[in-house]
Ligand binder design. Structure first.
Ligand code: PNS
Length: 165
């Protein structure tokens, strides 16, 4: 069996930055499982089912990517899926403290599981799900920063994103 990475997150919604991390991850791992934490974000814009649908559609033509969700501890899910590592993307120094804390906590919870960080491409360095949602909410044109299906779903939520508005 090849090497498997779990790429966990809230993905509320998935951005092109996330997609970039998945693509980079596939150069190191035979399979990447993109996993939404069901108990993650407190007040999400999209339901877990909507997020699963957007992720599945985004990666439908990418071999070796599976989309799933999990409850409870990430390390428990990693063991259950017999994965080899946790994959996380790093943008800037500002991500580091949170990622460092999370990686060390996960290691404390299960010392056999490694966390691998990959740098996103420079063009995505400023993108996060929250900043996308904020821009979209006020009608900012975020096309090209998220997969097309995400743009459409955001347009359904925020009428000011409609071209005719
Ligand atoms: O995209 P996010 O919101 O930064 O992802 C955070 C996530 C979902 C990876 C993290 O909150 C998580 O792993 N949640 C599952 C619960 C868990 O295992 N917590 C302890 C690890 S710090």
């Amino acid at each position: 069996m090849g090497k498997i990475a779990v790429y966990p997150g809230s993905f509320d919604p998935v951005t092109n930055g996330h997609c970039d991390v998945v693509r980079r991850g596939l150069r190191l791992f035979d399979k990447v499982i993109v996993a939404i934490a069901r108990n993650g974000t407190k007040d999400p814009l999209f339901t877990v089912e909507e997020r699963l649908e957007m992720l599945r559609s985004t990666f439908k033509d990418v071999p070796n990517v599976e989309v799933d969700s999990f409850d409870g501890l990430l390390v428990g899910y990693v063991v259950k899926r017999q994965a080899d590592a946790i994959l996380r993307g790093l943008r800037a120094v500002s991500d580091f403290e949170y990622e460092f804390q999370m990686a060390l906590m996960n290691r404390k919870l299960n010392k056999h599981i490694q966390t691998v960080f990959l740098m996103t491409g420079l063009r995505w360095i400023f993108i996060s799900s929250s900043i996308i949602k904020e821009a979209a909410q006020f009608g900012g044109d975020i096309r090209g920063m998220v997969p097309e299906i995400v743009f459409e779903k955001l347009r359904d939520k925020f009428p000011s994103l409609r071209p005719e508005a």
